[in-house]
Design a protein around this ligand. Sequence first.
Ligand code: ZN
Length: 214
Amino acid sequence: MPADRDVSPEPGTLQCPDCHTDLALPSGKGRGTWRCPRCDCQLSGAWRLKPDSLLALSLATAFLWVPALTLPLLRLENLGLDNHASLLGCIFALMHGLYLPAGLLLLFTLLIMPLANLVAVSRLLWAARQHQPVPSPRWMWVYRQSREWAMTDIFLLGILISMTKLGDLATVTPGAGIVCLGLAVLLRLIVETLAQPEQLQRLIDQRAGEVSDA
Ligand SMILES: [Zn+2]
């Protein structure tokens, strides 16, 4: 748990957050991801972490989220019936009667968690950019949890599969919402891949340490 995160006192070493094994930091010259040899927890991504670029991508994701939520994802036409639905519309349509648990699950995994992920990663990247410590370890905790629970990518995959299946029964036209959602999901995955929590935490600690030492 990041709340009781124990930073190793030895310079040049790090404690694995999952199994608490002390590990020597890599030289930084080698390429590829860095994983704990004991529990396989990913400690570093294959690329250098650049807070400015990732903040720009997060900002672009935030702008794409508004149309992704509100514009129609797809349009169905069959025998004179014409119907379309947005992501928000899908969630609230399920918030009645028997489907309430499914609606709440969609609200949690498609709305609350992706937005928490976006806010948390932006706050952490901002701290890294400003060479400041993060005011609360809860930001990192939210970022870790939301990485697991934000499921817009799975939802998008489900829509694409259902579009091909429904194509036999009705005329399916993709809407502007699905394009924005696809782009938002792509940008979120890029940010998540490049901003590995352990690597980001080390960068924040290192940059905040440089300022306090100066
Ligand atoms: Zn480990």
